[in-house]
Design a protein around this ligand. Structure first.
Ligand code: FE
Length: 198
């Protein structure tokens, strides 16, 4: 079976549209609201993510950088969850948009209490086309899990910084905090700029 060529024009168009959006220097609520519309449109089609950036790893979830704005105003990342994989409880320290592309995931919010971290209500389940927002303004601490124990799930995230370089933290339920800088799983980026085949 041949692998279909990814529709990179869709990703390139998203990068262009998001670049225009951040160029407006809007408030965070406006960027998040308008950016969510753009991301929802992107993840409502599953024909554009190259297979290299959709590969799970048996050891841990993958975070593939797809695009970083040269001025650090946003980044686009493909998160690939193998069966049953999950993040630790963590924060972001910038706004983030989570768009479900394939499969399903659950996001559980947490808030700090005197005893440590407690769950904020029940988990949010994301299905293809859904978009969730995180940020220090609306709730920044959560844990994300693949909703499936037997298949890969993929979500596309956009953050208000080069997220792989942001100094942030993971948390344990008893309130413990550990600083980390996530980096990325890939060394090479998708080439969305070769227009000769289109
Ligand atoms: Fe997160």
């Amino acid at each position: 079976m041949s692998v279909p060529i990814a529709n990179l024009a869709r990703l390139r168009g998203f990068i262009e549209d998001f670049s225009r959006l951040v160029e407006k220097n809007l408030s965070e609520p406006a960027v998040v609201e308008q950016g969510s519309v753009l991301l929802k449109s992107l993840v409502s089609h599953d024909d554009w993510l190259p297979t290299e950036f959709a590969q799970p790893d048996p050891e841990r979830y993958q975070q593939f950088l797809l695009h970083a704005d040269p001025l650090g105003r946003f980044s686009v990342v493909s998160f690939v969850w193998g069966p049953g994989q999950r993040t630790p409880i963590h924060d972001h320290r910038v706004w983030g948009l989570i768009g479900m592309l394939r499969g399903s995931e659950q996001s559980q919010g947490f808030s700090a209490s005197a005893q440590g971290f407690v769950a904020d209500g029940g988990p949010i389940t994301l299905n293809p086309g859904d978009v969730e927002v995180v940020s220090p303004r609306v709730g920044d601490i959560h844990q994300v899990s693949n909703a499936f124990a037997d298949r890969t799930s993929i979500s596309i995230h956009v953050y208000g910084a080069n997220i792989g370089a942001v100094r942030r933290a993971t948390y344990s339920l008893d309130g413990g905090e550990r600083l980390f800088i996530s980096g990325y799983s890939n060394r090479l980026l998708p080439n969305v700029w070769d227009l000769s085949k289109e």
